[in-house]
Design a protein around this ligand. Sequence first.
Ligand code: APR
Length: 227
Amino acid sequence: MRIVILTGAGISAESGLGTFRDKDGLWTRYDLSEVATPQGFARNPALVHAFYNARRANALDAAPNAAHRALARLQGARAGVTLVTQNVDDLHERGGAREVIHMHGQITRALCAACDHRWEAPRVMGRDDACPACGERMTRPDIVWFGEYPYHMDRIAEALAACDLFVAIGTSGEVYPAAGFVEEAAGFGAETLEINLEPSAPGRFDRVITGPATRSVPAWVAEVLGG
Ligand code: APR
């Protein structure tokens, strides 16, 4: 059985990393147009770097939780599991997952706006950090901002077209193109499952498992692996 799993901020919530749209979510405290758009970065790169330096420190200081580890167990136990994440933290990798597809980029990586070179980000980064490849001082976080095209969309489209089961974990399903993956997979005949605190959109998925990810994801993985 080929499975595509899409995770969102909810899978890292119990590791202490905030979500975006829940009560006290990031976008209730920051104006995303200022810190998560190319225009915001052009207007005030120092503000944007300060925002991501704080999120990077939180992500680096956080630990993967039982949900991250359960998905790594699933990947290790059976072939045909594609793990796509909207998250920019590296908790899936530190939880043991392999080949994680980061469609919104990674907060642990830096990107040169002049030559597109990418490298491991320092804990604290600024726009004037010189690019190791071209030397230009136009460094930005390797994050896909609103209005920019997500990464790895070809690979994701291929996996959605071939999967038997699509699972969305801890995502509100508010941001496209990720929000459309459930319909895309269903259109190719896949079963669809949502694992969330509560249903994000009743009727959108064939099956919904509710509850905190650190409980519901290991339970679901045990069900798939037969115990
Ligand atoms: N266990 C399971 N689900 C949880 C938990 C938890 N402990 N805590 C929160 N959730 C769920 C919420 O119910 C909600 O559906 O996680 C989801 C968080 O939704 P958002 O904050 O919108 O995060 P996400 O869906 O990942 O946002 C998608 O939006 O701002 C952009 O680029 C950003 O990647 C992000 C994208």
